[in-house]
Design a protein around this ligand. Structure first.
Ligand SMILES: [Zn+2]
Length: 317
């Protein structure tokens, strides 16, 4: 199937089936996570709304262009900032999520954006000052990148409050449109509540952050055992096309790798604890193969510290 041309610097659009699109974040854009656009025939669903208003504006424009209408249903996969900050721009749409997701957006995200509002101008001034000093080319590029991200976040934090879900469901919600239906299913493990979308006739799954493809993925806001069980249930669905929260569109094999990742890191952390190793020891373990090739290697160390903290008796720090 031919892909539409890229339409935003923040993501590229992949056509998965007639009226079903994945918006895959570009590496240096302002999206910071993936999203989905699904045409029900009489309504348009958007699944997740990106980290910044700048990217969310493009998502709305693209959803309108490819479905011919303003999105009326927005589904939040979970509460993390990089998936929900664009909610506020979807005027007139109903935001759908679970109770835990709504509560976390209303409290934690609102608080974090307030903090950003207070601290970002100072951080940006410091970076600008540093840029004026004598720095090498590599450091200059790094600072310029941080400044660009900082400006995007300032814009987003200044724009408006985060909107949290207004239509709350538990366990499962079926959305039936003129031409297709979508199952909205609550799961957990990456966070306390993670919502994925299944298009049963098209065998397409939007997994949110229950899945990342070829990328280390933050485990510290969830429960590894629950996450592994949730991933196993995704495997049993047997979808052909799976859109992760981060990384490229994947297949059943990527879901299997995600399960292996969670198990491998949990086993490795347990072994460090068994040998009375510290959190530093855990973070410095060699990355099990094939995960050494995955992006976001810093997150591996953070995940190992988190798992060590969960498994270690209190006298081992
Ligand atoms: Zn997340």
């Amino acid at each position: 199937m031919e892909n539409p041309q890229p339409v935003s610097e923040h993501f590229h659009l992949e056509l998965l089936a007639d009226g079903v699109f994945a918006a895959i974040a570009t590496e240096h854009g302002a999206a910071f996570s993936n999203a989905g656009i699904i045409d029900l025939g009489d309504r348009t669903i958007v699944y997740d709304t990106f980290m910044t208003h700048r990217a969310a504006r493009d998502l709305i424009a693209v959803a309108r262009a490819v479905t011919g209408r303003w999105p009326s249903l927005v589904i939040n996969s979970h509460w993390h900032m990089d998936h929900v900050c664009g909610n506020a721009l979807f005027n007139g749409a109903t935001i759908i999520g679970t109770t835990a997701t709504r509560d976390a957006i209303a409290s934690t995200i609102t608080e974090r954006l307030q903090q950003r509002r207070a601290t970002m101008p100072g951080e940006i001034a410091t970076l600008e000052e540093r840029l004026r000093s004598d720095v090498d080319e590599r450091e200059r590029r790094r600072i310029e990148n941080l400044l660009r991200v900082g400006q995007w976040l300032v814009e987003t934090a200044a724009g408006s409050e985060v909107r949290s879900p207004e239509l709350i469901f538990r366990d499962r919600l079926d959305l039936r449109g003129l031409t297709r239906h979508v199952e909205v299913i609550e799961s957990n493990g990456h966070t306390q509540s993670d919502t994925y979308l299944l298009l049963p006739e098209e065998h397409i799954l939007f997994a949110g952050d229950l899945l990342s493809v070829q990328m280390h993925h933050w485990m510290g806001d969830g429960d590894p055992g629950s996450w592994r069980r949730s991933v196993e249930s995704l495997e049993r669905i047997g979808a052909d096309i799976i859109v992760p929260g981060h990384g490229p569109v994947g297949t059943a094999d990527d879901v299997r790798q995600m399960r292996t990742y969670i198990s491998a890191l949990t086993t490795l952390a347990a072994s460090v604890v068994e040998h009375s190793g510290t959190a530093d020891d855990a973070a410095q373990q060699p990355v099990p193969e094939p995960f050494g090739l995955w992006r976001g290697l810093d997150t591996f160390g953070r995940n190992m510290r988190f798992l060590h903290g969960r498994l270690a008796p209190t006298n081992v720090l």
